[in-house]
Design a protein around this ligand. Sequence first.
Ligand code: CO
Length: 203
Amino acid sequence: MLSDLFENNARWAARRNAEEPGYFSRLASQQAPEFFWIGCSDSRVPANVVAGLDPGEVFVHRNVANVVHSTDMNLLSALEFAVDVLKVREIVVCGHHGCGGVRAATEGLPQGLTDHWLEPIRRLARQFAIDLAKTATPDERLDRLAEFNVVESVRRVAETPILQRAWGRGQAVAVHGLIYGLRDGRLRNLDCSVGTRRPVRET
Ligand code: CO
């Protein structure tokens, strides 16, 4: 219920302020995140939580199946702000195993607008059909496809004029591809980083 949200929020704000007096007034004056996160809307993959980051530490854009469309004004506006104004150092595209959007992209049923949104993943499924056929199970096939989608999305972000201009003026910013495992809660680096900074390390 909605009232639960307000109660949760009041408790959280009180606890946070008790742990660190002045926390909110300090955060209200500015944000200076190191990370820009492009992830799936899936409720099980909240950027701050799975990456262990506090408010103020990651600028976030999420959509169904973390697709990067080169004409998506929502994503491009957030990306431009993150790179040009916030000057983030690391851009993370994070997909996840067990992604319902990736699954929908492999099903023939007409889903309406979603069919258009997921078209890049359908294209990847055709492009990598031979590799995907080598997987042991249908679920594993979808998980590989989710990983291909991340790698492709990293490439698309890197090819935007926003990143090309940033690198052209010598700005230190890199784009990384990660995959999140729903079953173990772990992030894995897909080693497809592009940019001027060292790749993020797994622990
Ligand atoms: Co998903």
